[in-house]
Design a protein around this ligand. Structure first.
Ligand code: 6GU
Length: 241
């Protein structure tokens, strides 16, 4: 899968996505992540990419021309106009479902805004999806672009190796993951739950499932309502439809 992150701060994005699982997938050629510097496409003689807002007001607005030319150069290289996310608080919040959906694309552009915003006309021309990462204020779209790239990347086949995988993960079936333990058996006076040492895999699976449900009920009761529970589990944990 190919990501193209349109930004005025390419170095911010490049360094963050080279480590660990994403870095390894890049080395293996499963992922290609390219930070495109919008400034490289300005036709302004002073390399300017922003200007004052029409109608007045505080801050600067990113101009249409450099963003559009950067986008067109990518569309030309790819051979079609790919799905293009604008990272903005003015959109629905990013979810695991969206991560899976975007991971089906072969090419994906993410546009990062900065300052007071981006000229609306270029957004109308290129953006297919407005996506936020939550209801709080950030200084720019770079961190959201990195968050989305990470979450989408790990849904691309081959990115998660066995050690990083596991089918029962947080949000799978809208349940949080069960607690994990490693050596030593006793630490700070606390022992590992004995069931995990029993060697009885059915018992272990059933204990983990129970823990997932209890944990979701306690920490994310909003999620539990959407969780895929059996009728028996719903009865046991007093979950109403
Ligand atoms: Cl996706 N972008 C920006 N610039 N700010 C945000 C955001 C996105 N999500 C929350 N705040």
């Amino acid at each position: 899968m190919n990501f193209y992150i349109l930004t005025l701060f390419p170095e911010m994005v490049e360094h963050a996505l080279n480590a660990s699982i994403i870095g390894r997938a890049k080395e293996k050629g499963i992922l290609h992540i390219e930070a495109v510097n919008i400034r490289d496409y300005t036709k302004d003689k002073h390399q300017k990419t922003d200007d004052y807002p029409y109608g007045g007001g505080a801050g600067m607005v990113m101009q249409a021309q450099p963003i559009y030319d950067a986008y067109l150069a990518l569309a030309e290289k790819i051979g079609y106009r790919p799905r293009t996310i604008y990272a903005t608080p003015q959109g629905p919040s990013f979810t695991q479902k969206m991560a899976k959906e975007f991971a089906k694309e072969e090419h994906l552009i993410i546009l990062c805004g900065h300052y007071e915003g981006v000229d609306e006309r270029v957004l109308e021309e290129i953006v297919t999806d407005h996506v936020s990462i939550g209801d709080y204020v950030l200084t720019g779209g770079e961190l959201p672009a990195m968050v989305m790239t990470d979450a989408i990347s790990r849904m691309v086949p081959g990115v998660l190796t066995n050690e990083a995988s596991g089918s029962l993960e947080s949000f799978e079936g809208n349940l949080l993951e069960h607690p994990q333990y490693s050596r030593p058996y006793e630490w700070n006076g606390k022992k590992v739950p004995d069931v995990l040492l029993s060697g009885d895999h059915r018992k272990i699976e059933s204990w983990r499932r129970e823990q997932s449900i209890l944990r979701t009920k306690k920490r994310r009761p909003d999620l539990l309502k959407k969780a895929d529970l059996t009728i028996k589990e719903k009865a046991e944990h007093q979950v109403n439809d």
